[in-house]
Design a protein around this ligand. Sequence first.
Ligand SMILES: *Cc1c(COP(=O)(O)O)cnc(C)c1O
Length: 437
Amino acid sequence: MKGGEVIINDLIEKEKKRQNDTIQLIPSENHTTPAVMEAVGSCLMNKYSEGYPGRRYYEGNEIIDEIERLAIDNAKKLFGVPHANVQPYSGSPANAAILMALLEAGDTIMGLKLSGGGHLTHGHPQVTFSGKFFKSVQFGLDEKNARIDIKKVAELASQHRPKLMIIGNTAYPFELYFDQFAKIADEIGAWLVADISHVAGLVVAGEHPDPVPHAHIVMTTTHKTLRGPRGAMILVTEKGLQRDPDLGGKIDRAVFPGLQGGPHNNTTAGIAVALEEALQPPFKTYAKQIRLNAKVLAAALQEKGLQIVGGGTQTHLMIIDLRNWGGGTQLAAAMAAAGLFANKNTVPDEPHSPFYPSGVRIGTPAVTTRGMQEKEMEQIAAWIAEIESLTKKFSLPSDKLERRQLVKEVKQWAAQQARLKEIREEVGELCRQFPVA
Ligand SMILES: *Cc1c(COP(=O)(O)O)cnc(C)c1O
């Protein structure tokens, strides 16, 4: 075991160095604070505590109860909700628990398509539990401006009458108007679930429309803009309780014993810490800067001739549109070689393939945590634009085998390319000025 430990320690140090020396632009990632990491790495992980505070199936949970109550109280305070469950292991199981609490198998749900920026758990057909065990109706984006067309949503809703609408985004760069979705849901008597996994940090800082007055249930992961540990929370709103006074109980029973066993108490403690941090005034400044940075980054990329899906961003993320050369995979790979980490992503009505998509998704939560501001966004945009122009010669072939070959070729090229190596050095230099805490 000792040998294993040494290897893992070594690998952790290497990963720490990677995170420190390179720029993380994946919009679902962040750098948590040392206080959060300390809580997550603590002895709290040793304790079993199936059940809820004051109602456990195991002895010795007095302190764990205090920790979970603190996390719950912080969640209620931060979001202004009467009920919170902080036990979901992550966002996907949290959404599974919500569907389990409110629906029977075969009921109809409605959500934003994956290709429009929705999440797998919002009814993506066939390969997911949400698409397999429920009838799923999905809406896309307006072709012209890449925005959700609320009139279309209303039409689809009145046609299919879903029992539940789950509204959220992982790759949709614009604001979600929950009041408009609520109007539609209320008209057909559907449950409205707001999945704010990506934008929760913006919501609590007043930098994104707040779903709490409009949805019955709000779900969020805790590790994205909220900057906590990997985990999730299910919040029940006043509106939700008005519709069903037992909604909190239903959610709690769906999480445990419905779907999960013992909560990860170390994560619960990390969530309590992160929520405490988000309740402090500096978090508002942070969230404001995330959005400002995203806006500046998008504008700088556009100024350098790159297309951005929908013409920009209102949130923390944007999608670079490379439809003209089918270059999502290639650009993301070349950026990685230069120390700029992002992910390939489909664009609305993806003309190529989801495996070789035409977009690259980038976001600012992690770089903003490091203290980077507008000036650094301009620099990052300049690097990305330069890398794009270098990589553009690798346009996407239509033959499948050739495509696979091309990706290999791009990676080999990128590992050798002199200017990419130089950019990698420049990135390292910038990173040294903005160390991860
Ligand atoms: C990230 C995300 C999830 C899933 O969270 P995991 O922790 O990865 O399971 C669910 N919904 C949305 C909108 C997300 O962005």
